[in-house]
Ligand binder design. Structure first.
Ligand SMILES: Cc1cc2nc3c(=O)[nH]c(=O)nc-3n(C[C@H](O)[C@H](O)[C@H](O)COP(=O)(O)O)c2cc1C
Length: 346
């Protein structure tokens, strides 16, 4: 089933993109424990992809188990979005999502992410260039040679495709993930503006740029936006503060959205998509699986960033404090195995 049909066939509970968190090791672990209905990659710079930044292709690694998967791109240069979109087509993503919601200064001060909400002309050019890229790709009017990418980029595209097992041709959906507004909630004009571009779906995080992650997501505003979206037959996913699959399903009914993205609640808790309440032993097994996936997929990376995940896996454990003291010292998977043995005697 193609992604458009899939989205219309059921309420979707998807994993939200989390930069620095939902990398391939995280998503693979997530899919092995409790698979969401859909995945997003972390955001990747369109300008970086267009300018041969091979390292960024690590963030676009995905395995076949993670389908349907949407590649998310951010930036502010429409020409780079054209190139990045063609690259994502060659990587076999079911969807391309344009980030118009990131509040990080490093992104907004260059005019990308949520700053695009206040630059509708630029936002429009970006969407149209992604649409043009997909139209050209589907009609064989553009190929990788036309992009004049360096050989190292072609090699890394081939590496990613070997990893995912992707062959063939998929025409991705085009979507935008955004917020209610920048300084205040302007969704009653911003959402119709986006809708005039005939997107395949919209994701709306119920906060403004100014709010970043403070306060609570405004689901009543999301519901109002959902009404506008449904008038033009465009699916909308709500996002913000959802803690479980069950809550996501309730919100789909209560706020009349077509799906929900769950982000932070999945950190250290892959069971968020199955609503199981695992024993600690099982949580430790998940940590080991996550560490195993990470060290296999990224053998040259430092182990330390995994500590952030492990600290969350152990929250709520009666000896969490003691465990945290051990976790912050971990620097290899072997040490994690040793810790597992040691805590059986605690
Ligand atoms: C650490 C972190 C990284 C994030 N990275 C991205 C990103 O790359 N792309 C994006 O669209 N949103 C990103 N977000 C926003 C989340 O996808 C989501 O919209 C937000 O956290 C609200 O949902 P939640 O309450 O379920 O976490 C990020 C949020 C956090 C906390």
């Amino acid at each position: 089933m193609d992604l458009k049909a899939f989205i219309k066939s059921q309420k979707i509970v998807a994993l939200s993109p989390l930069d620095g968190i939902t990398d391939e090791a995280f998503r693979l672990t997530q899919s092995q424990i409790a698979k969401p209905d859909m995945f997003f990659t972390e955001f990747v710079s369109a300008e970086g992809l267009a300018h041969n930044a091979v390292k960024l292709f690590d963030s676009l690694l995905y395995s076949n188990e993670e389908r349907p998967i949407i590649g998310q791109i951010f930036g502010k240069d429409p020409d780079s979005f054209y190139i990045a979109a063609v690259i994502l087509c060659y990587l076999g993503f079911e969807g391309i999502d344009i980030n118009m919601g990131c509040p990080a200064k490093t992104v907004t001060q260059h005019g990308g992410g949520a700053a695009l909400i206040d630059q509708p002309e630029l936002a429009s050019k970006i969407i149209k260039n992604v649409q043009k890229a997909l139209s050209d790709f589907s009609q064989n009017k553009v190929n990788l040679d036309d992009l004049k990418l360096k050989k190292k980029v072609i090699d890394v595209i081939n590496r990613n495709n070997k990893y995912s097992g992707f062959v063939g041709k998929t025409i991705p959906t085009i979507s935008v993930k955004t917020r209610l507004g920048t300084l205040s909630d302007t969704s009653s004009t911003w959402i119709p503006f986006l809708l005039s571009h005939h997107l395949d779906f919209i994701t709306l995080h119920g906060r403004t740029l100014k709010q970043a992650y403070s306060g609570l997501a405004d689901w009543d505003s999301i519901a109002l936006a959902a009404k506008l979206c449904h008038q033009s037959d465009t699916p909308i996913f709500g996002n913000g503060d959802v803690q479980s699959r069950q809550q996501a399903q309730e919100y789909c009914q209560k706020y009349d959205v077509d799906g929900v993205l769950i982000g932070r609640a999945a950190m250290g808790n892959p069971w968020v998509f199955s609503d199981e309440k695992p024993e600690f032993k099982e949580k430790f097994k998940a940590m080991l699986l996550h560490a195993h996936n990470f060290t296999t997929i990224f053998p040259h990376r430092r182990f330390d960033p995994l500590r952030r995940h492990f600290l969350l896996y152990v929250s709520g454990h009666p000896q969490a404090k003691q465990l945290r003291q051990e976790i912050v010292k971990l620097s290899s998977i072997d040490q994690l195995y040793t810790l597992e043995e040691r805590i059986t005697n605690w």
